[in-house]
Design a protein around this ligand. Sequence first.
Ligand SMILES: [Zn+2]
Ligand SMILES: [Zn+2]
Length: 239
Amino acid sequence: MSSFLEAIKDLLFPPTCLGCTRRLATSRPPFFCADCLAEVVYLGSPCCACCGIPFPTGVDHLCGDCLVHPPAFDVARSVLLYQPPVATVLRTLKFGGQLTGLTTLGALASQSPFMHHFTPPDYIVPVPLHLSRLRQRGFNQARSIAAACFPHWQDRIKINLLLRNRPTVPQTDLSGEERRKNLKNAFIPVEDIRFAKKRILLVDDIFTTGSTVSECSLALRRAGVARIEVFTLARSLAP
Ligand SMILES: [Zn+2]
Ligand SMILES: [Zn+2]
């Protein structure tokens, strides 16, 4: 859009901050005021070389969990800390269907040092929803996030290769062990042959204990995937 048209649009529909609804002077994402933008925390090194959990000091190395129980994925990285205003945008996306936040999330992700570290994948696989949840919500937020954060790999996003074969209860209120049980064998690849020796970038919105992406990764490994990298937009560091 030309800058003249953008100026007219801003006059008619002034953009507001997605964190605090304050009016904004800019019409370019991210749609956050200076105060909200100051609350956005990027994750980076030092972190666990495998699961990406941040360390306060030192260099990248394997965390204790990954040493004792190596995850089924090769590497996982989240770009932002899960806290307001990022958490606000993710919640309105997931539960309110507010797709307007996607350009902001995409713009934030593009500034992350981790974005250049992902191996070009054969397929991008968003963590699937069960059909009943998909019907209820109308869209899969992991797929929307994949499209917003990897516009250059748009044609590699595949939504029908990995399925959630039964409804699971929301992970939010479950402990780590309950989360693993809840998801056990919940994901199935449609055809193993499509995954054999492939490089997969698995995408989800939030990484909390990693049980969702780990269970997906187990299913992908069984189907013969060669490399699994995990992208999540935000990481929750609450216990
Ligand atoms: Zn604000
Ligand atoms: Zn780790």
